[in-house]
Design a protein around this ligand. Structure first.
Ligand code: G3I
Length: 374
């Protein structure tokens, strides 16, 4: 009898310890709080998915994604180079799996991106005739956006069309079609994806000069009578240098144009860099170890700075939550971030709120705290 009782007690103890320590897959426990639940009613909380995450190859990461986020963006799977590698030949494999993931999990699903100068297949870069480029845009936007008309909730229609001074970036689209290419792109997207939100998405457009350019661009679309629903401020910022006033001013100015604002690619750089933004054509030379100082872990002072900056940002987002539709992190955990490979290859970076083992960092708790003591 005694022995049997002990057995039961032992079993109960095991069950309690398993439920406290998390899932039975040998991984650490998931956090108690969930970003998507804490900010429900304020804005969506998203993440970008890479191919392995779309394929759910890592159970722990998959669980974390579903626990923490209610919106997903394709980090690379829908870019023209991947989805439309040769004229008229489409490869929907990864994109189909991405939208299926969103459908299965009931997540808000963001298409990124229809028209972008980067990750563009070589055949598009080589086009010099206006008619041909227009034909490409029509074929590309119509084919891709119509295919996902019932599964993509929001499209980044045009990505990164501006230079830092607010002038037009001299992409193949601008060079061949002039600035009206943006009107054509949004008109085509509105026809092909009548139910999806249509966004203009760019980095550094909180900064005054680039913001002025973005406002000109938006007004141009509005004057032409084409639909634009929102503006995506990407949010690739640096710890200790978050332009909070510029961000606040931008939220106010963009929303005054009748648009919703999303933070679409949030991450905070902690490593040394001599410029800000996300222009992937810019790189730094890698052979200086001083550029990769935290290979063995992030010092506590930097961890605290990262946490404090995330806290300040979310406090600001909450203050303007009626204008903000979504805040999307550019990656799930630190190990997945593109910032480990850019602008210097092979660095150990820490820009997100979950560590390489999917454990919540100090920044995660600071973000949650903004709801407890706004
Ligand atoms: O898929 C190929 C693989 O086959 C090849 O072996 C490998 C060799 O380098 O490259 C792989 O492609 C890489 C791709 O990511 C997928 O991992 C590309 O080299 C690499 O350049 C590409 O980087 C992406 C970058 O955009 C390129 O445009 C990043 O993952 C992605 O996070 C980043 O995202 C952009 C947003 O779309 C727009 N805003 C800025 C943001 C950061 O640059």
């Amino acid at each position: 009898m005694q022995k049997e009782r002990k057995c039961w007690l032992g079993l109960v103890a095991i069950l309690v310890s398993v439920s406290l320590s998390g899932p039975l897959n040998g991984q650490q426990s998931l956090p108690n709080d969930s970003l998507k639940n804490v900010f429900r009613g304020d804005f969506l909380i998203g993440t970008a998915l890479n191919t392995r995450q779309i394929n759910a190859t890592d159970g722990s990461t998959d669980e974390l994604i579903k626990q923490q986020f209610n919106a997903i963006t394709a980090e690379n799977a829908m870019k023209a180079q991947v989805i439309h590698p040769r004229w008229g030949q489409f490869d929907f494999d990864a994109a189909d799996r991405f939208v299926a993931y969103g459908n299965r999990a009931g997540m808000y699903t963001v298409g990124h991106t229809l028209i972008w100068h980067s990750q563009l297949p070589a055949f598009v870069q080589a086009i010099t005739q206006a008619d041909s480029l227009r034909q490409f845009m029509e074929l590309h936007i119509r084919t891709v956006a119509q295919r996902y008309t019932s599964s993509i909730d929001s499209w980044d229609v045009v990505n990164e069309a501006l230079n830092e001074d607010g002038s037009w970036r001299e992409s193949v689209f601008y060079n061949v079609l002039g600035e009206d290419y943006i009107i054509e792109a949004f008109r085509m997207a509105a026809e092909a994806a009548p139910k999806a939100k249509l966004y203009y998405n760019d980095f550094n457009i909180e900064r005054p000069r680039k913001r002025a350019g973005a406002i000109r661009l938006i007004k141009k679309l509005q004057a032409a009578g084409v639909r634009i629903d929102g503006v995506g401020i990407q949010g690739h910022w640096h710890i200790g240098k978050i332009p909070l006033d510029d961000i606040e001013q931008s939220i106010l100015e963009y929303s005054a144009l009748g648009l919703e604002v999303a933070i679409t690619e949030l991450d905070l750089e902690v490593l040394p860099r001599n410029f800000q933004g996300a222009d992937i054509n810019r790189r730094m030379v890698a052979n200086d170890p001083a550029l990769n100082p935290y290979v063995n872990g992030l010092p506590d002072s930097v961890q605290q700075q990262l946490a404090a900056d995330y806290g300040r940002l979310f406090r600001l987002f909450l203050k303007h939550r009626e204008h903000i539709s979504r805040v999307t992190f550019w990656g799930v955990n630190d190990g997945h971030s593109w910032l480990n490979h850019w602008p210097v290859r092979g660095r150990t970076n820490y820009p997100l709120v979950f560590d390489r083992d999917n454990r919540p960092k100090e920044a995660f708790f600071k973000i949650i705290d903004t709801k407890k003591a706004p």
